[in-house]
Design a protein. Structure first.
Length: 310
């Protein structure tokens, strides 16, 4: 595995939900990441922010309710906050693990913006549920602000768009750090969604599918491999049925056939497979590995996990 450039995407299960859980999970993730560093790999890390950005949004909404003089916090700012504090915990954990093994490398988190198309159909059909449950009165106030809501058990919650990512704004900075042999954390939570408006970038009221951005980041830095860490140790055919069976190896053509047949449904696995197909493309050397954080070492040795390549 000498001199490979690897992009690692940490799913929400690899980060926990609460602050104590996140700190503990970051330590476990750091061990796996530093294993790759010891194998002389160049590492760029991206991560989920699902529970974290929801907590931030809910907290800032409550603050605005209590103190009307303070402006409500936009989703783009909540996303930036989540990148900062998740990156902080990962940086600390990775640095400590490096030091404990006598390795002296710098870890850097880049606050990362990702451009989206203002005319993306997703803005007209928002699907991502965020924030706390609201009463009918609170929901009406939110609608008057132009926000879209959906009815859930116990009340209402806000929904926002999930547009397709176009470009990672800080990609050159990520590549410069990687080329300088730094460990980089970037595009957390799918990146901060922004709209290009002339010479400035405007934060968008949206969230971006983290798996799609993981693929965009891996491609942008010309990674050899993308490792997607999720909550199952490999991809399954007939998942959660009595016919369930693991798929340890797929070509991109086979993966596309499974997608076309609806094998992976519309849930957690579908965007990962789509990302894998796009990242590998027509390359004969790129690959994607899908597994859990706990099984990452076994998976890299070919003992479990799902590999997708040509």
């Amino acid at each position: 595995m000498k001199n490979n450039r690897i992009a690692i995407a940490l799913g929400h299960n690899a980060l926990g939900t609460t602050l104590p859980e996140q700190k503990k999970a970051a330590k476990e993730a750091a061990k796996a990441i530093v294993d790759f560093v010891q194998d002389d790999c160049e590492i760029v890390i991206t991560h989920s922010n699902g529970p974290q950005v929801g907590v931030i949004h809910a907290a800032m909404s409550e603050f605005h309710k209590l103190y009307k003089n303070y402006t409500a916090t936009p989703m783009s700012v909540c996303s930036a906050m989540s990148q900062g504090y998740i990156g902080y915990d990962l940086q600390q954990a990775i640095r400590s693990e490096l030091m404990s093994r006598g390795i002296f490398r710098t870890v850097a988190t880049i606050l990362t913006q990702v451009t989206v198309d203002p005319y993306d159909d997703a803005f007209y059909q928002p699907t991502k549920i965020i924030g706390r449950v609201m009463t009918a009165e609170e929901a009406e106030e939110e609608e008057q602000k132009g926000h879209t809501l959906t009815e859930v058990e116990g009340g209402y919650r806000r929904i926002v768009a999930a547009p397709t990512p176009i470009e990672i704004v800080e990609l050159d900075a990520v590549k410069a750090l990687l080329n300088a042999n730094e460990i980089v954390i970037a595009a957390g939570g799918g990146g901060i969604p922004v709209l290009q408006q002339g010479t400035r970038l405007q934060g968008a009221s949206a969230v971006i599918e983290k798996d799609l951005v993981a693929g965009l980041l891996a491609d942008g830095v010309n990674a050899d491999q993308l490792i997607i860490l999720t909550d199952v140790e490999c991809v399954y055919k007939d998942f959660r049925t009595d016919k369930q069976e693991p798929i340890y190896m797929m070509t991109c053509a086979q993966a596309q056939q499974y997608l076309d047949a609806g094998e992976f449904g519309m849930g957690n696995m579908e965007p990962k497979i789509q990302t894998a197909i796009r990242f590998v493309g027509d390359s004969e050397t790129r690959s994607v590995l899908i597994t859990t954080l706990e099984k990452i070492r076994e998976a890299t040795l070919g003992q479990t996990g799902t590999v997708i390549k040509n």
